[in-house]
Design a protein around this ligand. Sequence first.
Ligand code: ADP
Ligand code: MG
Length: 270
Amino acid sequence: MTKTTDPVDAARLALLLGELRLPAIKAGWKYVADRADKEGWPAARFLATLAEHEVAERAKRRIERHLSEARLPPGKTLESFDFNAVPMISKAQVMALAAGDGWLDKGANLLVFGPPGAGKSHIAAALGLALVENGYRVLFTRTTDLVQKLQIARRELALEAALAKLDKYHLLILDDITYVTKDQAETSVLFELISTRYERRSILITANQAFGEWGKIFPDQAMTLAAIDRLVHHATIFEMNVESYRRKTALSNKRGRGRPPKHATAKSAA
Ligand code: ADP
Ligand code: MG
């Protein structure tokens, strides 16, 4: 018969572990203690097992928190991204970027260009997800939504604080930068954001239009050039000049339906 824990000790422990903010140990110590008693573990092993459990749970909770704050569109992963559809993009390079080191620590940028449906948002979100899983903090936002928030902050004389708050994100994903409207461009909050993060914190931008068409994103030509200059200084550029994946899959589904079943292959049925 193994020793049972004194109920007074157990109640005291629950209080102490709560006070110390060790919820995983608080929830799991009884199970580990029973095992340690039964198997005659040395005290050090018992303590180390509990500490490891708390550390692992903490890391899990942190990633869950970072995932929910990242606001990534659901279901866009690197696993579900068909790299064959964009032969100009190297999968190995994307995988290296997904590891995060070598660019996020330097505040380098990633600029993703391509027509609608090319897969820009998908690859941006998928990279964001991989980076969160690797311990980084990311925020995915439509550029116009963020500009709108920053404009409100500016009106309330709190732009600097709002920009500083975004510093906690190693990567800011600005989806569809060229959708910024004329009136949004006039306040130049986007330029402030780019300048503030320059060489410190990374930005990932997706854009339907090449730099030549960026005139309406910023208040004037000089600021457009200055913004582009800062963005490209330390940047990887993906040019996804492919036909719309949406259109392509819609077309191949249609073709697939029109074909007699004996010609259908496992691949086209997928
Ligand atoms: P963009 O942002 O360039 O307009 P999206 O990333 O929104 O395009 O892609 C359009 C749709 O096609 C999305 O549902 C996306 O998941 C899918 N898609 C695009 N490219 C690929 C790809 N290479 N592999 C798998 N799905 C893709
Ligand atoms: Mg998109």
